[in-house]
Design a protein around this ligand. Structure first.
Ligand SMILES: *Cc1c(COP(=O)(O)O)cnc(C)c1O
Length: 379
């Protein structure tokens, strides 16, 4: 089945009791049983809910996986993967990943005796050199946030397999429309469904998708034991979002490409980060593993100061100053003071996140209007 058909029909069966074409929002906490243990497969809504089940089926299908699990946020999905680990285990992850993931690792899981290696994941040799008997997980984000570096998923997956280490890929930035990590050998795909999957900036949710039944059992056990499940209303919103993912992503990609090139030609811009430039280090891998380059763009100003960045941020009208990404409306963000504020300044600069770095989530508005807006703010 082609992507466009799959996204419309994934997980969507007419409701058996009424024929409703849209999956109903089963707003219930519990289910009546015929006798103790005799039921229709539903007992208590932390463990099972039909709206969530339809969405979990859709998650599996859009990532070409066997199983999907929905969580109350992207961070809750990541947290559930971390609960596969034990004290003394080691994790290899990127040094420019999503700030909330970094915070979860450093502030919560280091405390529980898990050791993290924050490295440049563009080098597969770097990764392999760190693997020892305690290494249990490789956490990869690609394109990375906010520098749009590209990690070679297939190459990392083959190392992970060789050493029997789980590879989990945070696929939030690419979305399943642009990239399918399970097809490239990853064990788990994680999404913040809050972003492109929901697509309308109206829901917080996360998910995990995998092929291995034993891994699914472990993660389902964590999902119901720890309880970070999304409500049925939120599941409905993401189910609806997925139906238009392909159409939205096409426009995000078109607008992203035009704006990335426009920024590169702007005299007040020092550097633009976008995976679709043919002359950047990650281009060959991006071209190989992605179907397009998306609408996430970062750039640095020639006047590299927090003040100048703040001036630009407060001068746009269509690009709203806000955290998050992946919605239909364009957003502008300042990693140093917003999404990545929890990373110490010294570390932030060392990892290439300069003071004036600005991140755009290019929406699906008319691209000429978006460029006019940026022109007014940047000059
Ligand atoms: C937003 C985001 C997360 C966290 O997801 P929430 O839904 O906000 O909890 C994780 N990874 C990336 C790349 C993100 O953009």
């Amino acid at each position: 089945m082609k992507i466009a058909t799959k996204y419309i029909h994934a997980g969507a069966e007419p409701d058996p009791s009424t024929g409703a074409i849209m999956t109903p929002i089963f707003q219930t906490s519990t289910y009546v049983q015929q006798a103790p243990g005799v039921n229709k497969g539903y007992e208590y809504a932390r463990s099972q809910n039909p709206t969530r089940k339809a969405l979990e089926e859709a998650y599996a299908q859009i990532e070409n996986g066997k199983f999907g699990l929905a969580f109350s946020s992207g961070v809750a999905a990541t947290d559930s993967v971390m609960k596969l680990l034990q004290p003394g285990n080691e994790v290899i992850c990127g040094n420019d990943m999503y700030g909330g993931t970094y915070r979860l690792f450093t502030k919560i899981y280091e405390k529980f005796g898990i050791k993290f290696h924050y490295i440049n994941m563009q080098s597969v040799t770097n990764i392999e050199a760190l693997i020892n008997n305690n290494t249990k997980l490789i956490w990869a984000e690609t394109p990375t946030n906010p520098l749009m570096n590209i990690v070679d998923i297939a190459a990392v997956a083959s190392i992970a397999k060789k050493h029997n280490v789980i590879l989990c890929v945070d696929n939030t930035f690419a979305s399943p429309y642009l990239q399918n990590p399970l097809n490239l050998g990853a064990d788990i795909v994680m999404h913040s469904a809050t972003k492109y999957l929901g697509g309308h900036s109206d829901v917080i949710q996360g998910c995990l998708i995998m092929n291995d039944a034993a891994l699914r059992e472990q993660l389902y056990f964590i999902q119901k034991s720890c309880g970070a499940v999304p409500g049925p209303q939120d599941c409905f919103l993401v189910l609806r979002g997925i139906k238009t993912l392909h159409v939205r992503m096409q426009r995000h990609c078109e607008n992203g490409e035009k704006i990335a090139h426009w920024l590169r030609n702007n005299n007040n811009v020092a550097k633009v980060y976008w995976p679709g430039f043919e002359d950047i280090a990650g281009y060959a891998v991006a071209k190989k593993q992605m179907r397009g380059f998306g609408g996430m763009i970062s750039f640095e100003l020639k006047n590299d100061s927090v003040e100048e960045a703040k001036r630009v941020l407060s001068s746009t009208h269509l690009f709203s100053l806000a955290e998050s990404l992946g919605g239909v409306e364009s957003l502008i963000n300042h990693p140093a003071s917003m999404t990545h504020a929890s990373i110490p300044k010294e570390e932030r600069i060392k990892n290439g996140l300069s003071d004036s770095l600005i991140r755009l989530s290019v929406g699906i508005e008319d691209v000429d209007d978006l460029i006019t807006d940026l022109q007014r703010a940047i000059g």
